[in-house]
Design a protein around this ligand. Structure first.
Ligand code: H2B
Length: 177
């Protein structure tokens, strides 16, 4: 491998790496720098952390929240990832961020059925949301990583898996439907 690197001058490797993005190298580094810690589940590649794309969030696995390299992600990283989980909002509680999404369910018991579906995913992932059922048919789910007091990729994985659940039969049809 080192022989190969000796052949390819570093500058051309670097240009090929950042040129395709159509962005200046500082812009690419800026994005990468802001996203360190976003993909705690990815090994670093040539010193850069590969970025997680939303479409693969729902098939990823949460990492144990007590793993040593887990730390809260930056606001920029969270703002990038929130676009990948449909219907979820980034809300700040004090100086920390959480993910939040609400649904209207058909009945109180269908709200509890929804909790059970979400609980099964949370247990399978070892990562758990806060569940609220208010005014008999208003469900709100909040997710953040308690162990680090902020957001990690685990939270977005759980949100994506919740989005992938078949819950349509539990939900009230929107007025616009
Ligand atoms: C060891 C295990 O990862 C921890 O107990 C888990 C359980 N579920 C969790 N869920 C959430 N949302 N945050 C945590 O820090 C957390 N920790």
């Amino acid at each position: 491998m080192s022989r190969l690197l000796q052949k390819a001058p570093l500058i051309s490797v670097f240009q090929s790496l950042v040129g395709a993005h159509g962005r200046s190298s500082s812009r690419v580094f800026g994005i990468l720098q802001n996203n360190v810690g976003v993909s705690s589940c990815r090994k670093s590649v040539c010193g850069f952390r590969a970025l997680c794309t939303g479409k693969d969030l729902s098939i990823k696995k949460c990492v144990p929240c007590d793993s040593k390299d887990l730390r809260p992600m930056t606001e920029q990283a969270a703002s990038d990832l929130i676009t990948k989980v449909d219907g979820w909002n980034l809300v700040s509680e004090g100086d920390a961020f959480r993910l939040k999404k609400s649904w209207k369910v058909k009945t109180f018991t269908k709200g509890l059925e929804m909790f059970k579906l979400i609980a099964d995913v949370a247990e399978a992932e070892g990562h758990h949301p806060d569940l609220h059922l208010v005014g008999w048919n208003n469900v709100t789910v909040e997710i953040w990583t308690h162990a680090v007091g902020g957001l990690t990729e685990n939270d977005f994985i759980l949100a994506a898996k919740i989005n992938a659940l078949n819950m349509q039969h539990l939900l009230r049809r929107k007025a616009t439907d």
